[in-house]
Design a protein around this ligand. Structure first.
Ligand code: CA2
Length: 186
């Protein structure tokens, strides 16, 4: 997990009760019922060709399908008191529209695997830069250990954190980290 340049390394560190004193639970207990009961929505967006996950290149991407990843994201989000809006598109403009939707609906955060658009899309970067909510970029493979053109991601500039190389488990890690960022913000 790498924090983006210019950001504090672990801005959400305070979200974890280090001593086991139950600090987080204590703070939640003080919140009004309505606020506590209203689940926050996060968007989980997936770029081109990820609909084919599990059908080829298992040595790079594993055998899980996108439906498996969706289940993992819903389960992880639910465990953390969040609701995941999970989507995939092969079209750059549709991904941009969904980022605008996340902004309009005041999503609490966004996880994105921009897939091939990571390495080419200024349009997706520009859309992400309009979001105030935290963004976590995720890649199934380790993009730094592959072809040189995969090493650079335009999207990373807008991301609070980047996760790569953990396989599809990276989505669960991304949502867990995002939840801590959201919690730290209050
Ligand atoms: O490692 C990742 O998650 C990537 O974002 C996946 C992209 C690739 O262009 C990025 O460099 C890294 C590729 C998505 C295509 O995924 C498929 C997986 C299995 C079968 C077919 C496509």
């Amino acid at each position: 997990m790498a924090a983006a340049g210019g950001q504090p390394r672990f801005p959400f560190a305070g979200a974890f009760p280090i001593t086991g004193s139950g600090a987080v639970d204590a703070r939640r207990d003080q919140e009004p019922d309505a606020a506590r009961d209203m689940a926050k929505t996060i968007y989980v967006l997936n770029g081109p060709n990820l609909n084919l996950l599990g059908t080829r290149e298992p040595e790079i991407y594993g055998r899980a399908t996108l439906a498996d990843v969706e289940k993992l994201c819903h389960a992880t989000a639910e465990r953390l008191g969040l609701v995941a809006e999970f989507r995939q598109s092969n079209h750059e403009g549709e991904l941009v529209d969904w980022i605008h939707e996340a902004r309009a609906k005041q999503a609490a955060g966004l996880v994105i695997n921009p897939a091939g658009y990571s390495h080419s899309s200024v349009a997706i970067l520009d859309a992400l830069l309009t979001l105030a909510a935290p963004i976590v970029e995720v890649h199934i493979s380790n993009i730094h250990a592959r072809e040189p053109f995969r090493e650079h991601s335009y999207v990373s500039k807008a991301a609070r954190a980047v996760i790569c190389g953990f396989g599809v488990h990276g989505y669960a890690l991304a949502i867990t980290g995002l939840a801590a960022m959201i919690d730290a913000k209050g």
